[in-house]
Design a binder for this molecule. Structure first.
Ligand SMILES: Cc1cc2nc3c(=O)[nH]c(=O)nc-3n(C[C@H](O)[C@H](O)[C@H](O)COP(=O)(O)O)c2cc1C
Length: 224
């Protein structure tokens, strides 16, 4: 059995005693300056500076096929979510931006489990290395993440704290070992009440190396 599954079961059993459940995650605050990030790092997060990369397929980044300008933003530790992100960017022509932590995660899986547990328990907001330039130019943002402990990794909370999603459309997608979207779409709706949040896409980690048809079907199903 994968270690995260046994640890998840253990956390569920211990419940409130272990403070491992999702209700232990601090309610994210809206502004970077108010989040757990501090000092210059939080200041830096306010003003997008780095440019989102153009998609490699050479498509016009203006179009997602529905006349809106799209951006794919994702975090991925082991590459599964990245495969899905690349497929979305290739199929829509959206720009793409990878969320990279300012302090890189370890390569060791067991160590990562411990780090992710601590981040969740303490409601941390890991600092993102780069910022997105002219975020306001995007109408639809495809947001991708692996499921960590039945939730988004805490660095996604940093991301949602850092930008103004009012009037924009969010299309969430995730990969995971066995859990589905795990309530993350509702979490995003709570974080971004002024945005339209569409139905999410979940792809299991074993299917994530060949995501094109699932992505195509999902994109067709979205109405925005
Ligand atoms: C810290 C950690 C916690 C995880 N928790 C879960 C979980 O709660 N449910 C699940 O189905 N998979 C869980 N997984 C498995 C990942 O969601 C899955 O392998 C995902 O596809 C990894 O995506 P990536 O390659 O983009 O990082 C966890 C993995 C890690 C590293």
């Amino acid at each position: 059995m994968k270690k995260w599954i046994s640890m998840l079961l253990l956390c569920t059993l211990l419940g409130a005693l272990t403070a491992c459940g999702s209700d232990t995650v601090k309610e994210p605050e809206k502004k970077p300056s108010q989040a757990d990030t501090s000092g210059q790092e939080a200041e830096d997060a306010k003003e997008p500076a780095a440019e989102a990369a153009e998609p490699e397929n050479g498509k016009e980044s203006l179009s997602d096929g529905k006349g809106k300008k799209g951006l794919v933003v994702y975090f991925s530790w082991s590459g599964n979510t990245e495969n899905v992100a690349n497929s979305i960017a290739a199929q829509t022509g959206a720009d793409i931006f990878k969320i990279v932590p300012a302090e890189p995660y370890v390569d060791d899986y067991d160590e990562l489990l411990d780090i992710a547990t601590k981040e969740k328990q303490e409601g941390e907001r890991p600092v993102i290395a780069d910022t997105i330039e002219n975020f306001e130019q995007y109408d639809i943002i495809y947001v991708g993440y692996p499921i960590w402990w039945s939730d988004m990794p805490m660095i996604l909370y940093t991301f949602f704290d850092s930008y103004d999603f009012s009037g924009r459309t969010i299309a969430p997608f995730c990969t995971s070992g066995g859990s589905g979207l795990s309530g993350t779409v509702n979490s995003i709706k709570e974080l971004e009440p002024e945005a339209e949040v569409l139905d999410g896409l979940h792809i299991g980690d074993s299917a994530s190396s060949d995501p094109d048809s699932a992505v195509e079907e999902w994109l067709k199903s979205l109405s925005f």
